[in-house]
Design a protein around this ligand. Structure first.
Ligand code: P6P
Length: 335
């Protein structure tokens, strides 16, 4: 029985051959994301002890109150990514505009990082799990020029890698480069993310559905009918208010996550670039599905603006296909 610990760094180096033209840059970038996650984890774990709880007094692109830990996480990820020397630009939920990164001398960084540095931050003050979501693209503009908005307006199918960090009962980093999904658990005693969940495969069905029931009456008919069906089947409703946490459960136990459009969010609430695309890439790589409530594949949707939102239904393949039947039967899409 091989019980040798395999660290994230070792795993990245071992699998870097699967990354096109990997000159070590991609490896260094992923390792820096792991470093930033460890720094944020340290603060998340002691948030109750030091004065970084509570609202920072500003709001982000969706009008959510920005919590101090949001600001800390955003700053740490930007700082760590920028000093990696591998990133030419960053887009963050916390920043209205993209952030160009000045390259080190004699380097022409090729990678763009999009991120939600602290997803579900309304949970921070009540000690409920939160997460980080990230995606990595290759720049499209010439590498000797400035990074442009077009470098960020790429579809989900153009992602090179996507991952999330879950700051929960333990801290996990889960990511894909298009060759399956692997999970790494942080071992605080050695300060390393260690391979703990190899080649994660999502169950094709499950007993959980995850939706904000409070908006039920504001969903379209077909969504309400499908949610009624989940209830009729006595499925268990689990909704944490942090997409990373809700999807992480589904990755292992199966189930379906829904954030449909409502009157308040007619185009959906969740952000395509740094929430829906990366999480959908991971879900598909684990054998699941991710669609809009109008049955478009999330990864295929054209991105027209940095903070564009979308409705989303994602999770176990058979459950998403069943939801699709309800949309076809009750949805305005057929009228
Ligand atoms: P609501 C967190 O703010 C988030 O972006 C996702 O992580 C989460 O699934 C959703 O919004 C929760 O939104 O409207 O149910 O509070």
């Amino acid at each position: 029985m091989n019980n040798k610990i395999e660290t994230l760094d070792e795993f990245i180096i071992k699998t870097q051959s699967s990354i096109p033209d990997s000159s070590g840059s991609f490896t260094r970038l992923l390792r820096n994301i792991g470093i930033a996650a460890k720094i944020v984890n340290r603060e998340v774990n002691k948030a109750g002890l030091v004065n970084i709880l509570g609202v920072a007094g500003s709001t982000n692109t969706t009008g959510d109150d920005v919590q101090k830990l949001d600001v800390f996480a955003n700053e740490k990820f930007i700082e760590t990514l920028a000093t990696s020397g591998e990133v030419c630009g960053i887009a963050s939920e916390e920043n209205q505009e993209f952030i160009p990164v000045t390259p080190p001398k004699n380097k022409k960084p090729q990678y763009i990082v999009v991120m939600d540095p602290l997803d579900g931050s309304s949970n921070i003050d009540v000690n409920v799990s939160v997460g980080t979501i990230f995606g990595i693209y290759k720049r499209k503009s010439p590498s000797d020029g400035p990074v442009t908005l077009d470098d960020f307006l790429q579809k989900g199918t153009d992602l090179l890698a996507a991952g999330y960090v879950l700051y929960g009962t333990s801290t996990l980093l889960v990511y894909t480069t298009g060759h399956g999904v692997n999970g790494f658990t942080l071992d605080p005693s050695i300060g390393e993310f260690c391979l703990s969940h190899r080649n994660i495969q999502m169950p094709v069905s499950g007993n959980y559905y995850s939706v904000n029931q409070g908006y039920y009456l504001k969903f379209d008919l077909e969504m309400r009918r499908y949610i009624d069906h989940c209830s009729d089947l006595n499925l268990r409703l689990r909704y944490i208010g942090s997409m990373v946490s809700d999807i992480h459960r589904i990755m292992f136990q199966g189930g379906i996550f829904l954030y449909p459009n409502t009157r308040k969010y007619p185009k959906g609430k969740l952000r395509l670039l740094y929430e829906c695309y990366p999480m959908s890439y991971i879900v598909e790589q684990a054998g699941g599905m991710a669609l809009t409530c109008k049955l478009e594949r999330i990864l295929d949707i054209e991105l027209k603006s940095l903070h564009q939102t979308s409705s989303i239904v994602m999770g176990s393949k058979n459950m998403v296909l069943e939801m699709k039947e309800f949309v076809e039967r009750y949805g305005a899409v057929n009228q």
